[in-house]
Design a protein around this ligand. Structure first.
Ligand SMILES: Cc1cc2nc3c(=O)[nH]c(=O)nc-3n(C[C@H](O)[C@H](O)[C@H](O)COP(=O)(O)OP(=O)(O)OC[C@H]3O[C@@H](n4cnc5c(N)ncnc54)[C@H](O)[C@@H]3O)c2cc1C
Length: 319
């Protein structure tokens, strides 16, 4: 096929989905280019112990798992670049990727989108310092570590209720903290949460500081009642965020079909559409198209599928 400046495969994102896609694409000799984006290594690079990724009986540190994936991809010829995609023109093939002012655009025959969905945080310095040390945005991943402890869950919607209920399997007490006095959760979820003997609801309350930065583990929360201004301390060992995720799909607004919350819609696991029609050679994998499971292994699984589909596309179109 045509000119050599056009890439066979560009992978957007260097989390577990993007890096798994890179391993498969590189082993298929597609010489993939991985754009690492604002968070090289993705979400696992900001966590500590991962105990549910198969193959690690004692668990593995998130950054180590990611570093291993990077080395594995690079060993087979994947090229990693610290670059952010600003916009993409997917209206004609080969596709054009814009990396911002002063940077050469990239032309590619296939594109694998693995740009993830970023958890929303409170953005307090103390919270950021304690991510992976008692602060988490993933109850499925870190609930087990909260066994026998008193914990807090932040949020007032369905995902916060779901997290709180799930965490009662491990924690002795769960305090649900909501900034307003109106919980957005559905009635059924509210009923379940309020009826649970281990869940306590605190409304009109914000977290001002996560305590324990010096000790490198969550020791409690400094809270403020937004109505009365009263400040209190809540002794907890974990703080889980349940205030949602933001899918990193900005470059694809108007280019691909997204769901109302901005996740890329896929069918057949990884195929994307534009106005209901398949976009040939473009695939999405990992958390950017999965609002349900959000796990490293599911991201890796769909990353593999996306790379195999990209390879097949190139074969079918006379690479
Ligand atoms: C605190 C925490 C703990 C977790 N623990 C576990 C666990 O124990 N077990 C488990 O299975 N899962 C865990 N998870 C979930 C797991 O990390 C995610 O499911 C997984 O990282 C999703 O992988 P991904 O590749 O789809 O996306 P991400 O890991 O989010 O990676 C997205 C990538 O896309 C890049 N990107 C985004 N936008 C652009 C752009 N415009 N241009 C270029 N690049 C871009 C980012 O820089 C990043 O590299 C945890 C998550 C968190 C937050």
């Amino acid at each position: 096929m045509s000119d050599t400046s056009t890439r066979d495969t560009v992978i957007l994102g260097s989390g577990c989905a993007g890096l798994t896609a890179a391993i498969y694409a590189a082993r298929a000799n597609l010489k993939p280019l991985v754009l690492e984006g604002h968070e090289p290594g993705g979400q696992l690079s900001i966590t500590t112990l991962v105990e549910n990724f198969p193959g690690w009986p004692e668990g593995v540190q998130g950054p180590e798992l990611i570093e291993n994936m990077k080395q594995q991809a690079a060993r087979f010829g994947a090229e990693l670049q610290m670059t952010e995609l600003v916009s993409a023109d997917l209206s004609k093939h080969p596709y054009v990727l814009d990396l911002g002012p002063g940077k050469e655009p990239i032309h590619t025959r296939t594109l694998i989108i693995a740009s993830g969905a970023s958890a929303r945080w409170l953005s307090l310095p103390s919270e950021q310092a304690l991510i992976g040390h008692g602060v988490s945005s993933c109850a499925t991943c870190d609930g087990f570590f909260a066994s026998g402890k008193e914990i807090a869950v932040i949020g007032g919607g369905d995902s916060a209720m779901e997290e709180a209920l799930f965490l009662t399997r491990f924690a002795t007490k769960v305090t649900l903290i909501n900034r307003t006095d109106r919980f957005r959760a559905s009635r059924i979820m509210m009923e379940r949460a309020t009826a649970h003997p281990s869940i306590q609801l605190l409304s009109s309350t914000v977290v001002e500081e996560v305590l324990g930065v010096e000790q490198k583990e969550v020791r409690g929360l400094r809270l403020r009642n937004v109505k009365t201004g009263e400040r209190t301390e809540l002794p907890v060992s974990f703080m889980f965020l349940g205030i949602g995720h933001t899918p990193n799909a900005k470059p694809f607004h108007g280019q691909l079909d997204l769901d109302p919350d901005g996740y890329i819609l896929t069918h057949g696991n990884v195929f994307v559409t534009r106005n209901g029609r398949d976009v040939p050679g473009v695939f999405a994998c990992g958390d950017i198209q999965d609002r349900r499971y959000r796990q490293a292994i599911t991201a890796a699984g769909t990353g593999c599928m996306a790379a195999l589909e990209a390879e097949k596309f190139l074969e079918d179109h006379g690479r």
